[in-house]
Design a protein around this ligand. Structure first.
Ligand SMILES: NC(=O)c1ccc[n+]([C@@H]2O[C@H](COP(=O)([O-])OP(=O)(O)OC[C@H]3O[C@@H](n4cnc5c(N)ncnc54)[C@H](O)[C@@H]3O)[C@@H](O)[C@H]2O)c1
Length: 445
Protein backbone atom coordinates (compact mmCIF):
# COMPACT_ATOMS: atom_id res chain seq x y z
CA UNK A 1 0.00 0.00 0.00
CA UNK A 2 1.23 3.50 -0.88
CA UNK A 3 2.26 5.55 2.15
CA UNK A 4 -0.09 8.58 2.56
CA UNK A 5 1.43 12.05 2.37
CA UNK A 6 1.61 13.96 5.67
CA UNK A 7 -1.25 16.27 4.64
CA UNK A 8 -3.48 13.39 3.61
CA UNK A 9 -2.62 11.55 6.82
CA UNK A 10 -3.55 14.59 8.92
CA UNK A 11 -6.82 15.02 7.02
CA UNK A 12 -7.77 11.36 7.39
CA UNK A 13 -6.91 11.07 11.05
CA UNK A 14 -8.40 14.35 12.22
CA UNK A 15 -11.67 13.91 10.32
CA UNK A 16 -11.99 10.19 11.01
CA UNK A 17 -11.04 10.68 14.66
CA UNK A 18 -13.98 13.01 15.05
CA UNK A 19 -16.18 10.63 13.10
CA UNK A 20 -17.04 13.24 10.48
CA UNK A 21 -15.73 14.73 7.29
CA UNK A 22 -15.46 18.43 7.99
CA UNK A 23 -15.78 21.11 5.35
CA UNK A 24 -12.22 22.09 6.21
CA UNK A 25 -10.88 18.63 5.52
CA UNK A 26 -12.42 18.36 2.06
CA UNK A 27 -11.47 21.84 0.93
CA UNK A 28 -8.61 22.34 -1.50
CA UNK A 29 -5.48 24.03 -0.17
CA UNK A 30 -4.68 27.10 -2.26
CA UNK A 31 -1.24 27.20 -3.86
CA UNK A 32 0.82 30.38 -3.63
CA UNK A 33 0.13 31.33 -7.26
CA UNK A 34 -3.49 30.28 -7.42
CA UNK A 35 -6.26 32.84 -7.54
CA UNK A 36 -8.87 32.97 -4.80
CA UNK A 37 -12.19 32.27 -6.52
CA UNK A 38 -14.90 34.44 -5.05
CA UNK A 39 -18.71 34.46 -5.07
CA UNK A 40 -20.47 37.75 -4.28
CA UNK A 41 -23.78 37.68 -2.41
CA UNK A 42 -25.50 41.07 -2.71
CA UNK A 43 -24.17 43.63 -5.18
CA UNK A 44 -26.08 46.75 -4.15
CA UNK A 45 -24.41 49.84 -2.79
CA UNK A 46 -21.80 48.19 -0.55
CA UNK A 47 -21.43 45.00 -2.60
CA UNK A 48 -20.39 47.17 -5.55
CA UNK A 49 -17.72 48.90 -3.43
CA UNK A 50 -16.39 45.60 -2.10
CA UNK A 51 -16.31 44.26 -5.67
CA UNK A 52 -14.11 47.25 -6.60
CA UNK A 53 -11.87 46.48 -3.61
CA UNK A 54 -11.32 42.86 -4.68
CA UNK A 55 -10.80 43.87 -8.32
CA UNK A 56 -7.71 45.80 -7.17
CA UNK A 57 -6.02 42.46 -6.53
CA UNK A 58 -5.06 40.28 -9.48
CA UNK A 59 -5.08 37.15 -7.31
CA UNK A 60 -8.84 37.52 -6.71
CA UNK A 61 -11.20 36.14 -9.32
CA UNK A 62 -14.94 36.82 -9.18
CA UNK A 63 -16.51 33.65 -10.56
CA UNK A 64 -20.06 33.91 -9.26
CA UNK A 65 -22.48 36.73 -8.43
CA UNK A 66 -25.89 36.67 -6.81
CA UNK A 67 -28.54 39.26 -6.07
CA UNK A 68 -32.29 38.99 -5.55
CA UNK A 69 -32.60 42.15 -7.66
CA UNK A 70 -31.82 40.87 -11.15
CA UNK A 71 -31.08 44.24 -12.84
CA UNK A 72 -27.90 44.57 -10.71
CA UNK A 73 -26.38 41.37 -12.08
CA UNK A 74 -25.27 42.39 -15.60
CA UNK A 75 -23.66 45.58 -14.23
CA UNK A 76 -21.65 43.67 -11.63
CA UNK A 77 -20.75 40.95 -14.15
CA UNK A 78 -19.39 43.49 -16.64
CA UNK A 79 -17.22 45.00 -13.91
CA UNK A 80 -15.98 41.62 -12.69
CA UNK A 81 -15.17 40.39 -16.22
CA UNK A 82 -14.60 36.76 -17.17
CA UNK A 83 -18.29 35.71 -17.43
CA UNK A 84 -19.13 34.90 -13.80
CA UNK A 85 -22.11 32.64 -13.06
CA UNK A 86 -25.17 34.76 -12.20
CA UNK A 87 -27.77 33.71 -9.63
CA UNK A 88 -30.86 34.97 -7.86
CA UNK A 89 -30.57 32.47 -5.00
CA UNK A 90 -27.34 32.57 -2.95
CA UNK A 91 -27.55 28.83 -2.24
CA UNK A 92 -26.48 28.26 -5.87
CA UNK A 93 -23.16 29.97 -5.06
CA UNK A 94 -22.72 27.76 -2.01
CA UNK A 95 -23.29 24.68 -4.17
CA UNK A 96 -20.47 25.71 -6.52
CA UNK A 97 -17.47 23.54 -5.63
CA UNK A 98 -15.08 25.92 -7.40
CA UNK A 99 -15.96 28.89 -5.10
CA UNK A 100 -13.28 29.29 -2.39
CA UNK A 101 -14.71 32.32 -0.62
CA UNK A 102 -17.87 34.41 -0.54
CA UNK A 103 -18.56 38.06 0.18
CA UNK A 104 -21.80 38.72 2.07
CA UNK A 105 -22.96 42.30 1.40
CA UNK A 106 -26.70 41.86 1.88
CA UNK A 107 -28.87 43.71 4.46
CA UNK A 108 -28.06 42.87 8.09
CA UNK A 109 -30.92 40.40 8.58
CA UNK A 110 -29.29 38.07 6.06
CA UNK A 111 -25.71 38.05 7.36
CA UNK A 112 -26.04 35.21 9.87
CA UNK A 113 -27.81 32.71 7.62
CA UNK A 114 -25.62 33.34 4.60
CA UNK A 115 -22.35 33.42 6.52
CA UNK A 116 -23.14 30.27 8.51
CA UNK A 117 -24.31 28.32 5.47
CA UNK A 118 -21.21 29.44 3.56
CA UNK A 119 -18.95 28.16 6.36
CA UNK A 120 -20.83 24.86 6.40
CA UNK A 121 -20.28 24.62 2.64
CA UNK A 122 -16.52 25.00 3.19
CA UNK A 123 -16.19 28.62 2.00
CA UNK A 124 -14.17 31.34 3.67
CA UNK A 125 -16.24 34.47 4.22
CA UNK A 126 -15.90 38.25 4.03
CA UNK A 127 -19.06 39.46 5.78
CA UNK A 128 -20.18 43.05 6.07
CA UNK A 129 -20.76 44.87 9.32
CA UNK A 130 -22.81 44.99 11.46
CA UNK A 131 -22.05 41.31 11.85
CA UNK A 132 -25.65 40.37 12.59
CA UNK A 133 -29.10 41.62 13.48
CA UNK A 134 -28.97 40.04 16.94
CA UNK A 135 -26.33 39.06 19.49
CA UNK A 136 -27.42 35.39 19.49
CA UNK A 137 -26.89 35.22 15.72
CA UNK A 138 -23.45 36.77 16.10
CA UNK A 139 -22.40 34.19 18.71
CA UNK A 140 -23.60 31.38 16.45
CA UNK A 141 -21.57 32.85 13.59
CA UNK A 142 -18.42 32.88 15.75
CA UNK A 143 -18.99 29.29 16.86
CA UNK A 144 -19.59 28.10 13.30
CA UNK A 145 -16.50 29.83 11.95
CA UNK A 146 -14.38 28.18 14.64
CA UNK A 147 -15.92 24.71 14.28
CA UNK A 148 -15.60 24.69 10.48
CA UNK A 149 -12.16 26.35 10.65
CA UNK A 150 -13.12 29.04 8.16
CA UNK A 151 -11.26 32.29 7.66
CA UNK A 152 -13.68 35.16 8.26
CA UNK A 153 -13.11 38.87 7.77
CA UNK A 154 -15.77 41.26 9.10
CA UNK A 155 -16.17 44.39 6.95
CA UNK A 156 -14.87 46.86 9.52
CA UNK A 157 -12.19 48.12 7.16
CA UNK A 158 -10.71 50.57 9.69
CA UNK A 159 -8.97 47.52 11.22
CA UNK A 160 -6.76 47.41 8.11
CA UNK A 161 -5.87 51.11 8.22
CA UNK A 162 -2.37 51.95 9.44
CA UNK A 163 -3.31 55.26 11.06
CA UNK A 164 -6.35 53.86 12.89
CA UNK A 165 -4.20 51.07 14.31
CA UNK A 166 -1.54 53.60 15.30
CA UNK A 167 -4.14 55.76 17.07
CA UNK A 168 -5.66 52.76 18.88
CA UNK A 169 -2.21 51.51 19.96
CA UNK A 170 -1.23 55.01 21.13
CA UNK A 171 -4.34 55.35 23.30
CA UNK A 172 -4.07 51.83 24.68
CA UNK A 173 -0.45 52.41 25.67
CA UNK A 174 -1.52 55.44 27.74
CA UNK A 175 -0.50 58.09 25.18
CA UNK A 176 -3.29 60.47 26.23
CA UNK A 177 -3.52 59.27 29.83
CA UNK A 178 -6.64 57.69 31.25
CA UNK A 179 -9.52 57.98 28.79
CA UNK A 180 -12.53 58.80 30.92
CA UNK A 181 -14.82 59.70 28.01
CA UNK A 182 -15.02 58.58 24.38
CA UNK A 183 -17.64 60.20 22.16
CA UNK A 184 -18.77 59.40 18.66
CA UNK A 185 -21.24 61.08 16.37
CA UNK A 186 -23.35 60.63 13.30
CA UNK A 187 -25.06 63.83 12.24
CA UNK A 188 -27.09 64.49 9.11
CA UNK A 189 -29.94 66.94 8.61
CA UNK A 190 -32.70 64.94 6.94
CA UNK A 191 -35.46 67.49 7.51
CA UNK A 192 -38.00 68.28 6.29
CA UNK A 193 -38.93 65.12 4.41
CA UNK A 194 -36.57 62.40 5.66
CA UNK A 195 -37.08 59.27 3.61
CA UNK A 196 -40.69 60.29 2.82
CA UNK A 197 -43.83 58.24 3.09
CA UNK A 198 -44.19 56.13 -0.05
CA UNK A 199 -47.19 53.77 -0.14
CA UNK A 200 -46.83 49.99 -0.23
CA UNK A 201 -46.75 48.75 -3.80
CA UNK A 202 -45.90 45.81 -6.03
CA UNK A 203 -42.15 45.11 -5.98
CA UNK A 204 -40.21 46.44 -8.96
CA UNK A 205 -39.66 44.17 -11.93
CA UNK A 206 -36.80 41.74 -11.31
CA UNK A 207 -36.90 41.87 -7.48
CA UNK A 208 -37.67 38.67 -5.53
CA UNK A 209 -39.20 40.42 -2.52
CA UNK A 210 -39.90 37.19 -0.65
CA UNK A 211 -36.23 36.18 -0.90
CA UNK A 212 -35.17 39.72 0.04
CA UNK A 213 -37.25 39.37 3.24
CA UNK A 214 -35.95 35.86 3.94
CA UNK A 215 -36.18 35.22 7.70
CA UNK A 216 -37.85 38.60 8.39
CA UNK A 217 -41.66 38.88 8.80
CA UNK A 218 -43.68 38.87 5.60
CA UNK A 219 -44.84 42.40 4.79
CA UNK A 220 -45.93 44.12 1.57
CA UNK A 221 -43.17 45.73 -0.48
CA UNK A 222 -42.46 49.35 0.39
CA UNK A 223 -39.58 51.09 -1.34
CA UNK A 224 -38.33 52.50 1.99
CA UNK A 225 -37.92 48.99 3.41
CA UNK A 226 -35.69 47.91 0.55
CA UNK A 227 -32.55 49.26 -1.18
CA UNK A 228 -30.28 51.06 1.29
CA UNK A 229 -33.22 52.48 3.33
CA UNK A 230 -33.84 49.17 5.10
CA UNK A 231 -31.54 50.75 7.71
CA UNK A 232 -34.49 52.56 9.25
CA UNK A 233 -36.57 49.44 10.02
CA UNK A 234 -36.04 47.16 13.02
CA UNK A 235 -36.73 43.92 11.13
CA UNK A 236 -33.64 44.41 8.96
CA UNK A 237 -31.25 46.70 10.79
CA UNK A 238 -30.42 48.72 13.88
CA UNK A 239 -30.22 52.20 12.29
CA UNK A 240 -27.16 54.42 12.29
CA UNK A 241 -26.20 53.04 15.70
CA UNK A 242 -25.36 49.68 14.13
CA UNK A 243 -24.51 51.12 10.70
CA UNK A 244 -21.89 53.74 11.68
CA UNK A 245 -21.84 52.98 15.39
CA UNK A 246 -20.34 49.53 14.86
CA UNK A 247 -17.30 51.17 13.19
CA UNK A 248 -16.99 53.70 16.02
CA UNK A 249 -17.47 51.21 18.85
CA UNK A 250 -14.89 48.99 17.24
CA UNK A 251 -12.41 51.91 17.26
CA UNK A 252 -13.27 52.64 20.88
CA UNK A 253 -13.11 49.07 22.20
CA UNK A 254 -9.83 48.56 20.31
CA UNK A 255 -8.32 51.72 21.82
CA UNK A 256 -9.53 50.87 25.32
CA UNK A 257 -8.38 47.24 25.06
CA UNK A 258 -11.95 46.21 25.89
CA UNK A 259 -14.41 43.80 24.31
CA UNK A 260 -17.69 44.64 26.02
CA UNK A 261 -19.40 47.26 28.17
CA UNK A 262 -20.66 46.70 31.71
CA UNK A 263 -23.74 48.94 31.52
CA UNK A 264 -25.73 50.49 28.68
CA UNK A 265 -28.59 52.96 28.41
CA UNK A 266 -30.19 55.03 25.66
CA UNK A 267 -32.86 57.64 24.98
CA UNK A 268 -34.24 58.80 21.68
CA UNK A 269 -37.24 59.06 19.42
CA UNK A 270 -38.72 60.36 16.19
CA UNK A 271 -38.70 64.00 17.24
CA UNK A 272 -38.40 65.84 13.94
CA UNK A 273 -39.24 63.61 11.00
CA UNK A 274 -42.68 62.44 9.89
CA UNK A 275 -41.55 59.81 7.39
CA UNK A 276 -42.30 56.08 7.75
CA UNK A 277 -39.04 55.07 9.44
CA UNK A 278 -39.28 53.10 12.69
CA UNK A 279 -35.83 53.94 14.04
CA UNK A 280 -35.31 57.22 15.97
CA UNK A 281 -34.13 60.34 14.19
CA UNK A 282 -32.50 61.52 17.41
CA UNK A 283 -30.64 59.25 19.76
CA UNK A 284 -28.17 59.36 22.63
CA UNK A 285 -26.59 56.11 23.87
CA UNK A 286 -24.26 55.65 26.85
CA UNK A 287 -22.02 52.73 27.74
CA UNK A 288 -19.84 52.28 30.84
CA UNK A 289 -16.64 50.21 30.57
CA UNK A 290 -14.60 48.66 33.33
CA UNK A 291 -11.61 50.81 32.29
CA UNK A 292 -13.50 53.67 33.97
CA UNK A 293 -14.70 55.10 30.67
CA UNK A 294 -18.03 56.51 29.62
CA UNK A 295 -18.76 56.07 25.90
CA UNK A 296 -21.37 58.24 24.18
CA UNK A 297 -22.92 57.88 20.72
CA UNK A 298 -24.96 60.80 19.41
CA UNK A 299 -27.12 60.39 16.33
CA UNK A 300 -28.77 63.59 15.18
CA UNK A 301 -30.78 63.42 11.97
CA UNK A 302 -32.48 66.80 12.28
CA UNK A 303 -29.38 68.97 12.62
CA UNK A 304 -25.94 68.57 11.10
CA UNK A 305 -23.74 71.04 12.99
CA UNK A 306 -20.28 69.51 13.52
CA UNK A 307 -19.83 67.96 16.93
CA UNK A 308 -16.16 68.71 17.50
CA UNK A 309 -13.32 70.96 16.40
CA UNK A 310 -11.77 68.51 14.04
CA UNK A 311 -13.18 66.39 11.24
CA UNK A 312 -13.14 63.55 13.75
CA UNK A 313 -16.03 61.14 14.16
CA UNK A 314 -14.68 59.73 17.40
CA UNK A 315 -13.02 61.64 20.21
CA UNK A 316 -11.09 60.18 23.11
CA UNK A 317 -10.83 62.47 26.12
CA UNK A 318 -7.77 61.46 28.13
CA UNK A 319 -6.32 63.03 31.26
CA UNK A 320 -3.28 64.19 29.25
CA UNK A 321 -4.88 65.00 25.91
CA UNK A 322 -7.71 64.48 23.46
CA UNK A 323 -7.39 62.33 20.35
CA UNK A 324 -9.77 63.14 17.48
CA UNK A 325 -10.09 60.25 15.05
CA UNK A 326 -11.61 60.71 11.61
CA UNK A 327 -11.63 59.11 8.20
CA UNK A 328 -8.52 60.95 7.04
CA UNK A 329 -6.29 60.86 10.07
CA UNK A 330 -6.07 61.73 13.73
CA UNK A 331 -5.00 64.64 15.86
CA UNK A 332 -3.86 64.82 19.48
CA UNK A 333 -4.40 68.05 21.42
CA UNK A 334 -2.58 68.14 24.77
CA UNK A 335 -4.36 69.07 27.97
CA UNK A 336 -2.80 71.64 30.31
CA UNK A 337 -2.57 70.27 33.85
CA UNK A 338 -1.32 71.63 37.17
CA UNK A 339 0.31 69.37 39.66
CA UNK A 340 -1.68 70.78 42.60
CA UNK A 341 -5.19 70.04 43.83
CA UNK A 342 -7.89 72.04 42.07
CA UNK A 343 -8.13 75.24 44.12
CA UNK A 344 -11.05 77.28 45.38
CA UNK A 345 -11.59 80.33 43.21
CA UNK A 346 -10.03 82.94 45.51
CA UNK A 347 -7.48 85.49 44.16
CA UNK A 348 -4.83 84.09 46.54
CA UNK A 349 -5.31 80.57 45.26
CA UNK A 350 -5.17 81.76 41.67
CA UNK A 351 -1.78 83.44 42.29
CA UNK A 352 -0.40 80.30 43.93
CA UNK A 353 -1.51 78.15 41.02
CA UNK A 354 1.20 79.08 38.53
CA UNK A 355 1.29 78.03 34.87
CA UNK A 356 0.08 74.64 33.80
CA UNK A 357 2.12 72.00 32.01
CA UNK A 358 1.54 70.04 28.82
CA UNK A 359 2.46 66.43 29.57
CA UNK A 360 2.38 65.31 25.93
CA UNK A 361 3.17 66.84 22.54
CA UNK A 362 0.55 67.63 19.89
CA UNK A 363 0.36 65.14 17.03
CA UNK A 364 -1.27 65.34 13.61
CA UNK A 365 -1.29 62.29 11.34
CA UNK A 366 -2.94 61.96 7.95
CA UNK A 367 -3.91 58.70 6.33
CA UNK A 368 -6.59 56.78 4.54
CA UNK A 369 -8.97 53.90 5.08
CA UNK A 370 -8.96 51.68 2.02
CA UNK A 371 -11.41 48.88 1.36
CA UNK A 372 -8.71 47.38 -0.89
CA UNK A 373 -6.35 46.94 2.10
CA UNK A 374 -9.03 45.06 4.00
CA UNK A 375 -9.74 42.84 0.99
CA UNK A 376 -5.97 42.26 0.63
CA UNK A 377 -5.73 41.10 4.23
CA UNK A 378 -8.62 38.67 3.66
CA UNK A 379 -7.00 37.20 0.52
CA UNK A 380 -3.70 36.77 2.38
CA UNK A 381 -5.44 35.02 5.28
CA UNK A 382 -7.38 32.70 2.95
CA UNK A 383 -3.98 31.48 1.78
CA UNK A 384 -2.10 31.50 5.09
CA UNK A 385 -5.09 30.46 7.27
CA UNK A 386 -4.07 33.20 9.71
CA UNK A 387 -6.59 35.32 11.62
CA UNK A 388 -7.92 38.34 9.70
CA UNK A 389 -7.46 41.94 10.85
CA UNK A 390 -11.14 42.01 11.82
CA UNK A 391 -11.70 38.50 13.06
CA UNK A 392 -15.25 37.29 13.61
CA UNK A 393 -15.00 37.46 17.43
CA UNK A 394 -13.89 41.10 17.21
CA UNK A 395 -16.65 41.92 14.72
CA UNK A 396 -19.16 40.19 16.97
CA UNK A 397 -18.08 42.09 20.08
CA UNK A 398 -18.11 45.48 18.34
CA UNK A 399 -21.53 44.76 16.80
CA UNK A 400 -22.85 43.53 20.16
CA UNK A 401 -21.98 46.80 21.87
CA UNK A 402 -24.06 48.66 19.28
CA UNK A 403 -26.94 46.18 19.46
CA UNK A 404 -27.03 46.53 23.24
CA UNK A 405 -27.67 50.25 22.77
CA UNK A 406 -30.81 49.44 20.80
CA UNK A 407 -31.90 46.89 23.40
CA UNK A 408 -31.58 49.52 26.14
CA UNK A 409 -33.52 51.99 23.98
CA UNK A 410 -36.31 49.57 23.15
CA UNK A 411 -36.71 48.43 26.75
CA UNK A 412 -36.32 51.98 28.07
CA UNK A 413 -33.81 50.78 30.63
CA UNK A 414 -30.30 50.80 32.02
CA UNK A 415 -29.05 47.30 31.31
CA UNK A 416 -26.26 45.38 33.04
CA UNK A 417 -24.36 43.14 30.62
CA UNK A 418 -22.71 39.84 31.53
CA UNK A 419 -20.36 39.60 28.56
CA UNK A 420 -19.02 36.14 29.44
CA UNK A 421 -22.49 34.60 29.19
CA UNK A 422 -23.90 37.21 26.81
CA UNK A 423 -26.99 37.85 28.94
CA UNK A 424 -28.60 40.92 30.44
CA UNK A 425 -28.60 40.31 34.19
CA UNK A 426 -31.11 42.89 35.44
CA UNK A 427 -33.94 42.85 32.88
CA UNK A 428 -35.44 39.59 31.64
CA UNK A 429 -37.43 41.24 28.81
CA UNK A 430 -34.20 42.69 27.43
CA UNK A 431 -32.94 39.13 26.91
CA UNK A 432 -35.90 38.52 24.56
CA UNK A 433 -34.25 40.96 22.16
CA UNK A 434 -31.02 38.95 21.96
CA UNK A 435 -32.62 36.82 19.25
CA UNK A 436 -35.79 36.66 17.16
CA UNK A 437 -37.96 34.00 15.59
CA UNK A 438 -37.17 33.47 11.90
CA UNK A 439 -39.98 33.27 9.38
CA UNK A 440 -40.47 29.69 8.25
CA UNK A 441 -38.81 27.87 6.50
CA UNK A 442 -35.65 29.81 7.38
CA UNK A 443 -33.70 28.66 10.39
CA UNK A 444 -30.15 28.74 11.62
CA UNK A 445 -28.49 25.33 11.40
N1 LIG B 1 -18.20 48.42 5.72
C1 LIG B 1 -18.82 49.52 5.42
O1 LIG B 1 -18.29 50.62 5.53
C2 LIG B 1 -20.22 49.45 4.87
C3 LIG B 1 -20.73 50.52 4.13
C4 LIG B 1 -22.04 50.42 3.65
C5 LIG B 1 -22.80 49.30 3.92
N2 LIG B 1 -22.28 48.28 4.66
C6 LIG B 1 -23.10 47.09 4.97
O2 LIG B 1 -23.38 46.39 3.76
C7 LIG B 1 -24.65 45.76 3.84
C8 LIG B 1 -25.47 46.11 2.60
O3 LIG B 1 -25.77 47.49 2.62
P1 LIG B 1 -26.05 48.32 1.28
O4 LIG B 1 -26.00 49.75 1.61
O5 LIG B 1 -25.17 47.79 0.21
O6 LIG B 1 -27.57 47.89 0.96
P2 LIG B 1 -28.25 47.77 -0.47
O7 LIG B 1 -29.69 47.65 -0.23
O8 LIG B 1 -27.77 48.85 -1.38
O9 LIG B 1 -27.66 46.40 -1.03
C9 LIG B 1 -28.00 45.14 -0.54
C10 LIG B 1 -28.11 44.20 -1.72
O10 LIG B 1 -28.38 42.88 -1.26
C11 LIG B 1 -29.37 42.32 -2.10
N3 LIG B 1 -30.03 41.22 -1.38
C12 LIG B 1 -30.98 41.28 -0.41
N4 LIG B 1 -31.29 40.04 0.01
C13 LIG B 1 -30.52 39.19 -0.70
C14 LIG B 1 -30.38 37.77 -0.73
N5 LIG B 1 -31.10 36.98 0.07
N6 LIG B 1 -29.49 37.22 -1.58
C15 LIG B 1 -28.77 38.01 -2.42
N7 LIG B 1 -28.88 39.35 -2.46
C16 LIG B 1 -29.73 39.93 -1.61
C17 LIG B 1 -30.29 43.47 -2.44
O11 LIG B 1 -31.08 43.22 -3.58
C18 LIG B 1 -29.26 44.59 -2.66
O12 LIG B 1 -28.80 44.62 -3.98
C19 LIG B 1 -25.29 46.24 5.15
O13 LIG B 1 -25.16 45.25 6.13
C20 LIG B 1 -24.46 47.46 5.51
O14 LIG B 1 -24.39 47.69 6.90
C21 LIG B 1 -21.01 48.33 5.12
Amino acid sequence: MKKPTRRKFMQQTSAAGLGLVTAASTRRILGANERVRIGLIGVGSRGDQVLDAFLMHPDAQIISICDVYQPYLPFAARKAGGSPALHRDYRKILEQKDVDAVVVATPDHWHALQMIQACEAGKDVYVEKPLALTIAEGRKMVDTARRTQRVVQVGIQRRSSKFVKEAADFIRSGGIGHVTVAKCYHVLNETPLGIGNPPDSAPPEGLDWDLWLGPAPKVPYNENRCAYKFRWFWDYSGGQLTNFGTHYLDNIQWALGETAPLTVTALGGKFGLKDNREIPDTLEVLWKYKTGTLVVFSQYNCNAAPCNISTGEVEFRGTKGTLYLGLRGYEVIPEVVRDVPVPARSPLDRRRLGPGKKLIEPIKVQGGILDADHARNFLDCVRSRKTCNCDIETGHRSTSAALLGNIALRTNSVIEWDSANERVTNHSKANDLLSYRYRSPWRLA
